[in-house]
Ligand binder design. Sequence first.
Ligand SMILES: Nc1ncnc2c1ncn2[C@@H]1O[C@H](COP(=O)(O)OP(=O)(O)OP(=O)(O)O)[C@@H](O)[C@H]1O
Length: 213
Amino acid sequence: MSEPLLQAVNLHCERDTRTLFRQLSFSILPGTVTRVEGPNGSGKTTLLRMLAGLNDAWAGELRWCGAPIASQREEFLRNMLYLGHRPGIKPLLTPLENLRALMAGRRPSPDAVLRQALQGTGLAGFEDVPCRNLSAGQQRRVALARLLIADEPLWLLDEVFTAIDAEGVKALEALLQQRAAEGGAVMVTTHHDLALPGMHRLTLGAGEASDER
Ligand SMILES: Nc1ncnc2c1ncn2[C@@H]1O[C@H](COP(=O)(O)OP(=O)(O)OP(=O)(O)O)[C@@H](O)[C@H]1O
């Protein structure tokens, strides 16, 4: 069996006085898509933000390729891509400018590559239009274009199906499966009815969690 990319050991998280999860342990293997599920407020976003290093209010241990993330944070950040539940794009910038900004500090990519990614998410003809003039789904697609040029093996995706039409959902599902087939791993939260073949589930809720494989 392959070594896990990511391991969580005895994670514990409280928000105000409420325990969201305790003794939460799971492993994310290469070649897998894991859906993090649970009712509203069960801690899905909190968990993904913790994994992405955007939330410090937790206890436990996280490991990347067998070693504590705390001892190799930069290495982990280079190998992880997080897309949050807000598209995180700037309305005054165009899709091309936003994608350039999203790639900043990562691998510099020529504009031709960025334009191709935007076209690949259905934004052909909108590459140079200010994002404030785009629809909600089109704005989401600007952020999703990042996935088409991503070489990070681990994707943490929070509610990225929001506002995407049926055809776009199919394309996004195919992209997640492709990342897994390439040996990467995806953790995704969604209220959309996602059921990919072989998909794993990590279920949060009422302070308890179960890891189904
Ligand atoms: N910054 C914060 N300070 C205090 N409590 C917070 C904070 N962020 C989230 N919470 C609380 O943590 C709980 C879990 O929130 P979270 O957004 O992780 O849930 P979720 O499972 O993603 O929910 P949803 O399905 O509605 O998106 C909620 O009760 C929320 O009020």
